[in-house]
Design a protein around this ligand. Structure first.
Ligand SMILES: C[S@@+](CC[C@H](N)C(=O)[O-])C[C@H]1O[C@@H](n2cnc3c(N)ncnc32)[C@H](O)[C@@H]1O
Length: 264
């Protein structure tokens, strides 16, 4: 695809989905788009956008592909062990010292089909059952959010991080599995574009994992500054396994172990 094609495709994607690919790394996104067109067996992007204008299902498939919503319960289990053993006790203790009312304020930013938010609810139920808390879970992908709100269905890949006792307790018995209703009562799923939209404030924990990997460096920087402003002092940002915030201190963030940053 040449630069001209890419400019036109970006404009069509912005019109159709309100997703601005200016914020995503060009080379990766071009490769992703090229391989999608090959899969559709359609010759040109012009023909493909004609198809999208009349085929709602294809439009939804393409949107899902663009937003890359791969996820699973307890993704990177060793990181979640750290949240359970170290981050959560620290947050509970420090939020009491700050006299936080209303309990812990948690956010799954880029929550996809909800597995991350339900992981947080399971962890709270298992590790801090008397602690009050709320979870905001946001994504720009409406299809993913609809599945999150419906609590599934989740396939074997999605749930492989759950032990048998966790499956018995937190999933419906019959396949295809859904998360049980009681997990959802603390979670508020909302549509949100992390790049364009404003954030709420006062969060104890923001979990934003495997979302920014395709963002440009400049867009990442703006997002980290927004996350820092959204955290309460001493609040923690939990990022993906391969993600490092370079120059974290310029956003008022301190390294707090691999994958964790604390607001100074
Ligand atoms: C690979 S999934 C990660 C899901 C989950 N955080 C995890 O690690 O398992 C990335 C999610 O980020 C969402 N996303 C990408 N760009 C976004 C944006 N600008 N605003 C909000 N969500 C975005 C996608 O829709 C997708 O659901």
């Amino acid at each position: 695809m040449d630069a001209n094609d890419y400019t036109q495709i970006k404009a069509s994607i912005k019109r159709s989905f309100n997703i601005d690919l200016e914020h995503y790394k060009d080379e990766q996104m071009k490769r992703r788009l090229d391989s999608w067109l090959v899969r559709t067996h359609i010759e040109t992007w012009k023909d493909y956008f004609h198809l999208l204008a009349t085929d709602g299902k294809e439009l939804e498939r393409f949107r899902n592909y663009l937003t890359i919503n791969v996820t699973e319960f307890f993704r990177d289990p060793s990181r979640w062990d750290l949240v359970r053993q170290e981050i959560l006790p620290y947050l509970i203790k420090s939020s009491k010292e700050n006299h936080q009312i209303g309990g812990l304020k948690l956010w799954s930013a880029g929550c996809s089909i909800g597995t991350e938010a339900y992981t947080m609810a399971i962890m709270m139920d298992e590790s801090a059952p008397t602690q009050k808390y709320s979870i905001l879970a946001t994504d720009l992908d409406r299809g993913a959010l609809a599945k999150a709100r419906a609590r599934g269905p989740y396939n074997e890949e999605d749930i492989r991080g759950l032990s048998q006792p966790q499956r018995r307790k937190y999933l419906t018995a019959a396949a295809p599995h859904h998360a049980v209703e009681s997990l959802q009562k603390h979670i508020n799923f909302q549509e949100q574009n992390l790049i364009a939209d404003r954030f709420d404030t006062g969060f104890d924990l923001i979990v934003c994992r495997n979302v920014v990997i395709y963002f440009t460096a400049e867009t990442k920087d703006k997002l980290y500054a927004k996350f820092s402003a959204a955290l309460r002092p001493g609040g923690v940002l939990f990022v993906g396994g391969t993600e490092i915030i370079s120059g974290a201190s310029k956003f008022g963030l301190q390294n707090f172990g691999i994958s964790f940053y604390k607001k100074a």
